[in-house]
Write a protein that binds this ligand. Structure first.
Ligand SMILES: NC(=O)c1ccc[n+]([C@@H]2O[C@H](COP(=O)([O-])OP(=O)(O)OC[C@H]3O[C@@H](n4cnc5c(N)ncnc54)[C@H](OP(=O)(O)O)[C@@H]3O)[C@@H](O)[C@H]2O)c1
Length: 427
């Protein structure tokens, strides 16, 4: 075989070094599968002296990432630096402009700059591949873009952040409070030292913006997403969920409704019998509703070096095979539903001062906002300490219950920030 695909890798951290390792260790299989030998020509990272546990002999080290974009011996730039802006964005722009294909796992960059970058890739007739950017090792991009390309989609939803799923699983299985479960996730290497992107739902939202673009709108628009994270969830909510027959999961949901696209990332209660309820630990799972195929489900590792590297290398193989696709997906709609159009069933937990009249005050406020209650749970009784008051609603306007919460906060008897969760009656 005398045909080569020459790769330059920017970033040799968790994913970059795992990608290099797969390319080196699986060389024979990969060249058989794609009909070309994949050769790592050059690499770059911040610290040249760091031991990457990969063999870089014969590979050119570049001190400046931007030099990959102009190196004539590179066909594909693999951007594994990360970050919404900065070096990663400059490198991807310059690489496409200089006629290189790009493979990236950088969901933050694509969620914010995807429209510009995909247009740039099309203009330059180059591939900008990003399988690893959504749900790590699960080939969900390929599934939606290719395997399901005969379908109009109505919804894509699922567990898109393994760290959050790990925390919620630990809280449920071992009765941990949120802080302890988060610490455990950090000790186990699932959560970063600064975990805010994960636990505030931002990472899942980056991925959801890409799925929305693929299924409905053509371009990602991160600003049209509603994002809520896990910080308001307590061990008490996990217990109440169990009592009500639910599990709590951080779900990303994008759907094409009669009012336009609605995309949300938030902790939701789902029936304990739902398929997503059994997706535990750091796993991700994505459901896709297509008009021809019905519902299909994809489960697997959403992060990790070799798992994410598997998706990166799959993109490289596609490029080696000469595979091409349109960067602008089919546009179903560019309309996003206004907030007023959103409805749902809700769980509302208040911590109240257990004095007479509290229940009447709370229910009166909900009534005034046209929120119809399905159930009320209150067990404890203490005049000195706060007690939980848990309510679930029938289908109601989300803006109504959110307005009601503004009034509830003003009651002297409501002592802490109310916890509001959507109830999604998934199968
Ligand atoms: N980790 C996962 O499981 C996972 C899963 C899916 C997607 N992703 C995405 O994959 C990408 C990489 O993530 P990662 O976890 O591999 O990150 P990481 O372990 O932090 O690695 C980042 C790499 O980029 C290098 N780097 C950072 N700033 C640089 C600069 N200014 N110039 C040159 N090199 C620079 C670092 O160099 P040094 O090593 O010298 O410090 C390091 O090698 C991100 O976009 C992330 O969102 C990660």
């Amino acid at each position: 075989m005398n045909s080569f695909l020459r790769i330059g890798i920017a970033g040799l951290g968790t994913v970059g070094s795992a990608t290099a390792k797969i390319i080196q260790e699986q060389a024979d299989m990969l060249s058989h599968r794609c009909g070309k030998q994949i050769e790592i020509t050059a690499v770059t990272a911040r610290d040249k002296s760091k031991n990457r546990k990969i063999d870089l002999s014969g590979v050119k080290w570049l001190d400046r990432p931007m030099d990959l974009a102009t190196d004539p011996n590179i066909d594909v730039v693999v951007e594994m630096i990360g970050g919404e802006d900065g070096v990663a964005l400059e490198l991807v722009r310059a690489s496409l402009e200089n006629g290189k294909h790009v493979v990236t796992a950088n969901k933050a960059m694509l969620a914010h700059h995807g429209a510009e970058l995909f247009a740039l890739a099309s203009e330059n007739d180059k591939i900008l591949a990003f399988e690893a950017a959504v749900a790590g090792g699960i080939p969900i991009i390929k599934a939606v873009r290719e395997g399901l390309s005969a379908n109009h989609f109505s919804a894509i939803y699922g567990i898109l952040n393994g760290t959050c799923n790990y925390i919620l699983t630990e809280m449920w299985q071992n009765g941990l409070d949120f802080e302890t479960a988060l610490q455990q996730a950090q000790d186990a290497g699932y959560a970063e030292a600064d975990p805010s992107f994960d636990i505030d739902g931002v990472d899942a939202s980056h991925k959801l913006a890409l799925l929305t673009a693929l299924a409905f709108t053509g371009d990602p628009d991160f600003d049209k997403l509603e994002t809520e994270g896990l910080r308001s969830i307590t061990a008490l909510d996990i217990d109440y969920a169990t009592e009500l027959g639910y599990r709590i999961k951080l779900l990303g949901i994008t759907q094409n409704t009669e009012h336009g696209v609605i995309q949300t990332v938030s902790p939701c209660m789902i029936p304990e019998t739902a398929s997503l309820a059994s997706v535990e630990g750091s796993l991700n799972a994505v459901f896709v509703d297509g008009d021809q195929v019905g519902t299909t489900m994809y489960v697997g590792a959403g992060a990790g070096g070799s798992e994410t590297g598997s998706a990166v290398v799959a993109d490289i193989i596609d490029i080696a095979r000469g595979h091409r696709w349109q960067h602008k997906p089919y546009v179903e709609t560019t309309t996003y539903a206004p907030k007023e159009a959103r409805t749902g069933k809700f769980y509302l937990r208040l911590m109240v001062n257990d004095v007479s009249g509290v229940m009447a005050d709370v229910t009166a406020i909900l009534r005034d906002h046209n929120v119809s209650l399905k159930s009320i749970l209150q067990y404890g009784h203490s005049v000195e300490e706060s007690v939980p008051l848990v309510l679930t609603t029938h289908e109601t306007k989300e803006c109504g219950i959110r307005d009601a919460i503004i009034s509830l906060r003003k009651l002297d008897s409501v002592l802490t920030e109310p916890c509001l969760l959507r109830i999604e009656l998934l199968d």
